[in-house]
Design a protein around this ligand. Structure first.
Ligand code: CMP
Length: 143
């Protein structure tokens, strides 16, 4: 079963969108395998966003993601990596379709509410950065 890493960013936490976001993935039929509210260290932020190291906005990205608590989650389900990205909408909320999380709640690209892994490789990497294996639980849903 496929797993992905999703994270409500500091703007989503401060706007009290955790429940709304969890609810969307639960109602879709995905299963929460692990979750925690946490304050990301500078070191973890730089590892998480390592692929953006050369971008002009890298320092702002790290500053923003460490500016307040985030809600880190692992979700499980059929084809969840691609489906979660559809549910999140385009990276830039101004271009994200209504009905998606960013389309419904976001306005600017640097404060786009939620992060989600973009491939099986990044899901594996990001899950292991934020969670130990014994913090994750797989279970089946009753019919
Ligand atoms: P995320 O999915 O967390 O991955 C990288 C993040 O970089 C992305 O969401 C955006 O929030 C952020 N980002 C992308 N482009 C820009 C930009 N031009 N300026 C600031 N932040 C950006």
């Amino acid at each position: 079963m496929e797993r992905t890493f999703l994270m409500v960013k500091p703007d989503g936490v401060s706007r009290q969108l955790i429940g709304e976001i969890v609810s969307r993935f639960e109602k879709k039929g995905f299963r929460l395998a692990g979750a925690k509210l946490m304050q990301i260290s500078d070191e973890l932020a730089k590892k998480h966003y390592a692929e953006h190291k050369e971008r002009p906005f890298f320092n702002d990205l790290v500053a923003f993601i460490t500016s307040g608590p985030v809600f880190a989650m692992v979700w499980e389900g059929e084809n969840i990596i691609a489906t979660a990205r559809q549910m999140m909408g385009k990276t830039n909320p101004a271009e994200a379709a209504p009905g998606t999380i960013r389309g419904d709640y976001g306005v600017i690209v640097s404060k786009n509410i939620i992060h989600g892994s973009d491939s099986p490789e990044s899901a594996k990497r990001e899950i292991s950065l934020f969670f130990r294996e014994d913090e994750l639980i797989s279970y089946s849903r009753p019919a």
